[in-house]
Design a protein around this ligand. Structure first.
Ligand SMILES: NC(=O)c1ccc[n+]([C@@H]2O[C@H](COP(=O)([O-])OP(=O)(O)OC[C@H]3O[C@@H](n4cnc5c(N)ncnc54)[C@H](O)[C@@H]3O)[C@@H](O)[C@H]2O)c1
Length: 434
């Protein structure tokens, strides 16, 4: 039994990891020389991360140009274009006819002749944006998380399958999976260096994030969309929007197996002002696996507290520590200590280097299934914390709870000046699971 589990992890985790590394090593230095077609990129969501992703896409390959952009706010789009032009000059070719403003901007962008679509809006829009991009035959880079509720995750799983059927590349913004120190460290764990993984304690305990003060010409929906982090129907709550990175690493260490059930707690203690919408400021979740392994997740967005962003793994033969703040990657097993000693790579650039190389080589990459599952793990954590109930993976994935109105309804509310109040902050023991 023990052996078969190790074999399973080795074949799923390490082989997949090795496949990526082998593929990278096998790529020609100048893959552009193999195929001189210009690759046209479209960016949906021109905020901080979207602008960063466009920069990395334009750096990834000599013959890549940005031909279209979409956003709901003209000011965000113009700032993004100005910054990208400073960095890339003529490679930024999105003329005014290809600067699409509005909630249907992504449709027009996808209809234009772009080859690659970068999706970096708030998460609520991701399932629809991803589905259309894949159905329209585009390669995709999409930021995490992939959805804010289980129906959204199921759409993403469908889109990921279609991407595979259509031989399209689909790369996720779970950036640590593209970080060389973590690839080496998790690779060793998956190869059994610390024996069978028994517990994975993982944290994302930080201070507070940005807040955008209300302006007199913003209607209520505009205010919420500008401050999307604080509305769980737009962001998924911070366990999904931010702490999902740690949960994703927990899942990676466990060979991307699915848990049987989860139970947990959470609440709003410090960040209780109305301006913080309906999200929690802390979560503590236990994920239980069929062989007794457990994942313990803690996340917190409260200022002036001890910070921690780490994954601490205990196995039957040793331990492994990955500390994202102190940049430590170490394994202690059989009396020996191993430490990753080199400088890490730029993981954000690596995502795009591999995406564009895969397109050039005609060897599609597909992060689809695990990126959807990691998102679902975070949403499952939110479900058990909000309700106070113990929930199985099957129940969580098949949940019919839809947190947000449709994209079209959000667009209408935005245009007509209507509000979408969303639900009051959840109360464990009272908030129902469905
Ligand atoms: N991988 C990472 O390390 C990382 C880091 C930061 C953010 N992110 C993720 O990237 C995404 C964007 O985050 P951000 O920090 O850039 O936020 P942001 O607010 O800076 O940018 C979001 C942009 O999307 C636009 N937008 C909103 N709704 C839209 C719609 N329907 N159509 C088109 N554009 C729309 C906004 O106007 C804004 O310009 C989030 O999912 C976030 O979790 C990932």
């Amino acid at each position: 039994m023990e052996k078969s589990r190790r074999e399973f992890i080795k074949s799923t985790g390490a082989a997949a990891l090795g496949g990526t590394l082998a593929f990278n090593i096998g790529m020609p230095q100048n893959s552009f020389a193999k195929n001189s077609d210009t690759l046209k990129v479209g960016l949906v969501g021109c905020g901080g991360r979207g602008t960063g992703a466009a920069n990395q896409a334009l750096n990834a390959d000599d013959n890549v140009v940005l031909t279209a952009v979409a956003d709901i706010f003209p000011d965000r789009m113009q700032t993004s274009l100005e910054n990208l032009k400073k960095l890339h000059g003529d490679k930024v070719q999105a003329d005014p006819e290809h600067q699409f403003i509005g909630f249907d901007g992504y449709k027009k962008l996808i209809e234009s002749d772009v080859d690659v679509v970068l999706l970096a809006t708030p998460p609520v829009f991701r399932p629809d944006h991803l589905t259309l991009a894949i159905e329209s035959g585009k390669h995709v880079f999409c930021e995490k998380p992939m959805a804010v509720d289980a129906p959204g995750v199921r759409k993403v799983l469908d889109a990921a399958k279609k991407a595979k059927d259509k031989s399209l590349s689909l790369v996720s913004g779970f950036c640590w999976r593209y970080h060389s120190p973590k690839r080496e460290t998790f690779g060793r764990v998956l190869d059994g260096e610390i024996g069978d993984v028994m517990t994975v304690y993982n944290t994302y305990n930080t201070g507070e994030l940005w807040f955008r003060d209300r302006k007199s010409d913003w209607n209520e929906m505009q205010y919420k969309l500008r401050n999307w982090l604080y509305y769980n129907w737009l962001s998924g709550d911070h366990i999904a929007e931010q702490a999902v990175h740690s949960i994703d690493m927990m899942s990676w260490a466990l060979g991307d197996r699915l848990p049987v059930r989860a139970v947990g707690t959470g609440g709003r203690q410090k960040r209780i002002d109305e301006k913080y919408g309906n999200v929690y400021d802390h979560f503590a979740i236990v994920y239980e696996y069929d062989d007794g392994a457990k994942g313990f997740h803690f996340s917190r967005q409260q200022k002036d507290c001890a910070n921690s962003y780490a994954v601490d793994i205990a196995g039957t033969k040793g331990t492994c520590l990955v500390d994202c703040i102190r940049r430590k990657h170490e394994i202690v097993a059989d009396g020996n200590k191993w430490r990753y000693r080199e400088d890490g790579n730029d993981m954000y650039q690596q995502e795009h280097d591999e995406l564009f190389a895969s397109i050039r080589a005609g060897k599609p990459m597909n992060d689809g299934e695990w990126m959807a599952h990691s998102t679902m793990l975070a949403l499952m954590g939110r479900m058990v914390a909000y309700t106070g109930q113990s929930v199985t993976w099957e129940e969580a994935l098949n949940s019919d709870e839809v947190l947000s109105p449709s994209n079209e309804a959000i667009a209408t509310a935005f245009e007509m000046g209507f509000d979408w109040p969303g639900k009051q902050p959840a109360v464990p023991g009272e908030t129902k699971f469905f």
